[in-house]
Every structure is written in C-alpha cells, then in structure tokens.
Design a protein around this ligand. Structure first.
Ligand SMILES: [Ca+2]
Length: 86
C-alpha cells in the first residue's frame, strides 16, 4: 500500500462504507458490533457478545479523537495512516 493519505483514504473507505450501514458518514460502536457479530455468525463461530461490546467500545474510543462518540472517515483514515505511514 502506498504511503499517501489520499491512497489510504480510498482503501479504507471501502471498509468504512461496509461498517456504516445507515450511510450516516460516521461509524459508531453499535455498527461495528453488529458487523462483527454477523461475521462470527456467518462463520459459525460462538462469540461472547459482552466481550465483543467491550472490545469494540475501546476500539471506537481510540479512533474517536474528537470524542463525539462516532468515528468519521477522517478519524478512521488518520488511524490507518499511523500504521501505514509511520
Ligand atoms: Ca469522532
């Protein structure tokens, strides 16, 4: 993956749109939770919903840099950039 913010934004947008079911332009913890639980179910895996909830909530808190309780595409991209363009 190229280390350019524009490139990364394009790549992560695919995932962002997948999570942002209601197309609000933001993802919140309940959307991430639902996606993970659906994924687990589709794979026939048993997961503890309470554990998923706790993990997702700490993940969202980490991404939510302006602390409004939601993750915008910009916040999501900034998070990815930290990994791919250290
Ligand atoms: Ca936010």
């Amino acid at each position: 993956m190229a280390c350019s913010k524009a490139e990364i934004e394009k790549e992560v947008k695919t995932y962002f749109d997948l999570i942002d079911k209601d197309k609000s332009g933001f993802i919140d913890s309940s959307e991430v939770e639902k996606l993970l639980l659906q994924y687990a179910q589709s794979k026939g895996k048993k997961v503890d919903p309470a554990k998923v909830k706790a993990e997702v909530s700490s993940f969202v808190t980490e991404l939510d840099t302006n602390r409004d309780g939601k993750v915008s595409l910009k916040e999501f991209t900034d998070f990815a950039v930290q990994f791919f363009c250290p």
